[in-house]
Write a protein that binds this ligand. Structure first.
Ligand code: FES
Length: 101
């Protein structure tokens, strides 16, 4: 098992929205799916747009730069089936959102 790190607080992310967490020189996109938290790499595979700043509709986030779409549960890119961003196991501990790295 890897290390657990705290990347955000639950109160920082409203339901139906995302958040960019910069931790240990890495950038994570954290999403609140109606109280269930999901974490993927923040960097869009197209040209590096910040996925945590994208609009969330259901499970799909749209990159704010050029509109590529990703499923925040699976990391799959709907525009490019060969592309997938990394997903992380999430543990909510009180108000801390933690992931295993
Ligand atoms: S950088 Fe994300 S769609 Fe272009």
């Amino acid at each position: 098992m890897g290390d657990l790190i705290s990347i955000a607080k639950t109160e920082q992310i409203s339901p139906g929205s995302g958040f960019v967490a910069e931790v240990q020189d890495k950038s994570f996109a954290v999403f609140n799916l109606e109280g269930s938290y999901r974490v993927i790499d923040n960097t869009c595979l197209h040209r590096g747009g910040p996925l945590g700043d994208g609009d969330l509709a259901g499970e799909i986030v749209t990159c704010p730069w050029h509109g590529w779409e990703y499923n925040v549960k699976t990391g799959a890119c709907t525009n490019n089936p060969a592309a997938c961003v990394k997903t992380y196991e999430v543990i909510v501990d009180g108000s801390d959102i933690k992931i295993e790295v």
